[in-house]
Design a protein around this ligand. Structure first.
Ligand code: IFM
Length: 436
């Protein structure tokens, strides 16, 4: 890699990220069924109908995985806790084996000198709660606050940082409007409710953790830069709306206690009654802001009903996902987020990385990471208070509706034998983190 640790501020933190359902092996250890299990079991939803039953078997191999994180020299590990592993029914009886697992994981990190950075929800909603309407049901905010108290009551004393929910856009829009993720709905009313409730649940969870006396709590957003596909005013408005739905709705809710007007034009009739009254909870102060960044989109207008958006193929080089590589947009996002939303609050890039079919000599990933670290430095030079950067992901894993084919890991996983083999990018980062 071109970059090395000493190119960054002295207390800058480097980490690596994963999530529970994508690596643990969810059919094991007493976890309850989730909406991803039934979504994946429905023909046509997931490539090869693959699911997270075994995934990387991290549940049984986590010591080996923590050794990999330590050997690479990472300061932090961003993992998530599965709601259904802790509370198989979503509420009520606790699965002690689940709590014990996260307890051992936490201690395993601390023993290795790695900071535990938890995300409470990374998409595996317990099926009994999905049966009650899941993210469409306002009660989910209370159920999630209860889960927060249970899991953080056990491991919260040892966390370096915690964020309630990973990527609210994916939890709501991608899953209830696009139908690409569980529960696979395509319904604007369901979408509006999920978008609002996911933020309400975030706020209730923050309140619950403050009640436990915890600090260093944040919010993690996935951002996608929207560029008009051409010079027309229609495309410009379309890109602004895409930006509103994808980025500004969620940042605005948490940091401005308001939703963007162009999004309300279409969504307001579908939001739950008295939604404005929830902003005090949604906007509960946080200690940092996490941004997950991968790509940008070219957007134009279509005549379909609201939001009338069309994605247009762009000319930039693409990853295995078909996502354009645009590091400059990361700088722009970091600068804009600080200027318009977060001010002096520390920002972390909580996910960045690429899928590549290169299973060993993944030079494309090394280049991608270098380019994005340069973009991050550009924002640092402009005074944005960025405190850390996390690579997605430690291991090749379950890439949701795309199954196991798309490989994001610094470490290759052979899904037949579950053997882990560090790739060239792992070794490159290890050298970069060791060099001063
Ligand atoms: O694998 C996902 C992860 O679960 C959330 N952020 C984006 C990653 C790559 O698609």
């Amino acid at each position: 890699m071109k970059h090395k640790r000493s190119d960054f501020p002295q207390d800058f933190l480097f980490g690596v990220a994963t999530s529970a359902y994508q690596i643990e092996g969810h059919a094991q250890g007493g976890a309850g069924k989730t909406h991803w299990d039934s979504f994946a079991a429905t023909p046509g939803n997931v490539v090869n109908a693959e699911n997270g039953d075994l995934a990387c078997d991290h549940l049984n191999r986590f010591e080996q995985d923590l050794d990999l994180i330590q050997d690479a020299g990472f300061d932090c590990y961003r993992f998530s806790t599965s709601w259904a592993r802790v509370l198989p029914e979503g509420r009520g009886a606790v699965n002690q084996a689940g709590l014990d697992f996260y307890d051992r994981l936490t201690d395993g990190l601390l023993e290795r000198g790695i900071r535990p950075c938890a995300t409470l929800y990374h998409w595996e909603l317990p099926s009994p709660l999905a049966d009650l309407g899941g993210w469409r049901n306002r009660d989910i905010a209370g159920w999630f606050a209860d889960f927060t108290e249970i899991i953080m009551g056990r491991i919260g004393d040892r966390m370096f940082s915690v964020a309630p929910i990973n990527e609210p856009w994916c939890v709501s829009w991608l899953s209830h409007f696009d139908g690409h993720h569980a529960p696979g709905l395509r319904d604007i009313r369901a979408t509006a409710r999920a978008m609002h409730h996911v933020l309400l649940a975030h706020g209730r969870s923050i309140e619950a953790m403050r009640g436990l006396g915890m600090s260093n709590l944040g919010a993690v957003f996935n951002l996608e830069w929207a560029e008009p596909a051409d010079d027309s005013a229609q495309s410009e408005n379309a890109a602004a709306l895409y930006d509103g739905i994808y980025n500004r709705f969620f940042l605005g809710g948490v940091f401005k206690k308001s939703y963007p007007e162009n999004v309300l034009d279409g969504l307001a009739p579908h939001l739950p009654a008295d939604w404005e009254d929830d902003f005090e909870t949604i906007g509960a102060p946080v200690d940092w802001c996490g941004l997950n960044y991968y790509t940008r989109k070219l957007i134009s207008h279509t005549d379909a009903p609201w939001p009338s958006l069309k994605e247009v193929q762009g000319p930039l080089p693409k990853t295995q996902m078909g996502w354009e590589i645009d590091p400059d947009a990361l700088s722009r996002f970091l600068i804009r987020t600080a200027r318009e939303y977060t001010g002096e609050l520390p920002i972390f890039v909580t996910e960045n990385g690429m899928a590549s079919s290169e299973r060993q000599q993944d030079n494309d990933r090394i280049d991608y990471l270098d380019l994005h670290l340069s973009a991050l430095q550009e924002a640092l030079n402009q005074g944005v208070p960025i405190n850390g950067y996390f690579v997605w992901s430690l291991l090749d894993n379950y890439e949701w509706a795309l199954g196991y084919e798309k490989r994001f890991g610094l470490v290759d996983v052979d899904f037949k034998t579950l053997k882990r083999t560090p790739k060239a990018s792992y070794h490159a980062i290890k050298s970069a983190l060791a060099s001063i």
